[in-house]
Design a binder for this molecule. Structure first.
Ligand SMILES: Cc1cc2nc3c(=O)[nH]c(=O)nc-3n(C[C@H](O)[C@H](O)[C@H](O)COP(=O)(O)OP(=O)(O)OC[C@H]3O[C@@H](n4cnc5c(N)ncnc54)[C@H](O)[C@@H]3O)c2cc1C
Length: 422
């Protein structure tokens, strides 16, 4: 009998876990991803701040899939799903499925603000991280060429919006660049003119963590010179004048706004709008089946599951949810093939962490709460272990050692100048 064909759209945290479970099982699997690599997003801010090269956090999908005889990979961007013909339209042609799993992840949410979407920097892909790295270095070059013009403060004003882990880590990395890179590489510039702002609309940073970790993270950032504003939202940004208007009426002059204030699901055309819930995510049942469909699954950031009573507004959009759902769905597909009952998903929250800079981190994993030096060591150890591939772990470890000993960020290069949208 012909093996059923499962197509997984997206080889990210969720997609990769499914295929590990389906290796050598009686099912044909095709992974479609618009990129040919897996992206370890938690370390992307380090690429943006010149601490790591992109190849340290990206891993070729073919290298993972090649030893799996029943699994194929195609580099393809899925554009549309036809649920009646069970067909996916992609930029390289059509694919027919028996089962499909949507694991497309998320994209930046600008909450409908077109000006911010056009003119702010984001951190959702490797090209975004490389653009930001180039932009930061280009701003330093620009500040030198415009010294004496009165624009230097605006050029050296960096505003990070969103006080989640990405915003906190990015602001911390920028503050370390000010402290360690600017005085050595740009000694002609007055480093004191570089300012890093972190704007958060909620009353505290790192909302998913305890009050102690939130206030410690704020304290660490302020010790590094970051100007943190809580209970403050960004209202508008005018790129030509550099005016960033805040909800408290303050106007910050800046050429660089880094938007890390939200994400929303990355949907595929062809499914009814009625399936979309909060955060642009597909409503799924406890087995990650898209509501009303027996053969369509959605997992990870793109899925919205409310059956888990501890999370009535859906699970957090984090890698652990994506991985756990991937593992369970892989096992459930085997159960489906064996005509066995499926098992429902419940989130096992392992905790979270964020690093702010050298010897400064907050860490809450498996109930162990630490702040400062040991939290920083714990953060590094866990990230090294979570990276895919021995080479990547080694490269990241060596880069971190180098950065630690030299107080530098090794990859301070503009390989692809960033051109702001006009
Ligand atoms: C900067 C940053 C830092 C983060 N830090 C943390 C952290 O510290 N801890 C944590 O737990 N989580 C963190 N996250 C969140 C975490 O990365 C996500 O929750 C996780 O990646 C979700 O996994 P996923 O498989 O759903 O999606 P992803 O891992 O994003 O994978 C989606 C895949 O789908 C592909 N794709 C998308 N659309 C299409 C299409 N139309 N056709 C073909 N392929 C497509 C993409 O190329 C990608 O490979 C961070 C995210 C970001 C952006």
């Amino acid at each position: 009998m012909k093996a059923p064909h499962l197509i997984i759209i997206g080889g990210g945290f969720a997609g990769l876990e499914i295929i590990k479970k389906l290796r050598n099982k009686p099912i044909k699997v095709t992974v479609l991803d618009k990129n040919n690599f897996f992206n370890f997003q938690p370390l992307m801010y380090q690429v943006a701040s010149g601490g790591l090269g992109p190849d340290a956090i990206a891993y070729p999908l073919r290298k993972i899939i090649a030893p799996m005889p029943n699994i194929a990979f195609r580099m393809a961007e899925v554009q549309r799903i036809d649920t009646t013909a069970k067909t996916l339209t992609t930029n390289i042609g059509d694919f027919t499925y028996d089962y499909v799993c949507i694991a497309t992840g998320a994209q930046t949410n600008f909450f409908g603000n077109a000006e911010l979407e056009k003119h702010s920097m984001q951190l959702k892909s490797i090209p975004d991280a490389l653009d930001l790295r180039s932009d930061i270095l280009q701003e330093f070059e620009k500040a030198l060429s415009e010294s004496g013009s009165g624009n230097v403060e605006r050029i050296l004003n960096f505003v990070v919006v969103g006080g989640g882990p990405t915003g906190v880590e990015t602001a911390g990395a920028l503050a370390e660049i000010k402290k360690n890179v600017l005085p050595s590489d740009y000694s002609e510039l007055d480093a004191g003119k570089m300012q890093v702002h972190l704007i958060e609309s909620a009353p505290r940073l790192l909302a998913a963590m305890s009050e102690i970790s939130s206030s410690k993270a704020k304290q660490f950032l302020e010790e590094l010179g970051v100007k943190v504003q809580l209970n403050t939202a960004v209202q508008s940004y005018e790129a030509a004048s550099g005016n960033l208007t805040l909800s408290n009426g303050q106007i910050l002059k800046t050429d660089t706004v880094i938007w890390s204030a939200g994400v929303k699901g990355k949907t595929i055309e062809g499914l009814p709008e009625s399936l979309l819930a909060r955060g642009n995510r597909y409503k799924v049942d406890a087995y990650n089946r898209v509501e009303g469909f027996d053969t369509i699954f959605a997992i990870g950031d793109i899925s919205y599951m409310t059956s888990d009573t501890a999370y009535p507004n859906g699970h957090p959009m984090v890698a652990t949810v994506a991985q756990q759902q991937g593992v369970l769905l892989g096992k459930n597909i085997i159960r489906l093939l064996n005509k066995e009952a499926l098992k429902p998903y419940t989130y096992f929250n392992m905790g979270s962490m964020a690093t702010i800079g050298r010897h400064k981190a907050v860490f809450e994993i498996f109930g162990i709460k630490m702040q400062g030096y040991f939290a920083w060591l714990g953060w590094m150890f866990i990230h090294l272990m979570l990276l895919v591939g021995f080479r990547n772990r080694l490269v990241v470890f060596l880069n971190w050692m180098w950065n630690y000993l030299s107080y530098q960020r090794a990859i301070r290069i503009i390989t692809r100048p960033f051109v702001p949208k006009s």
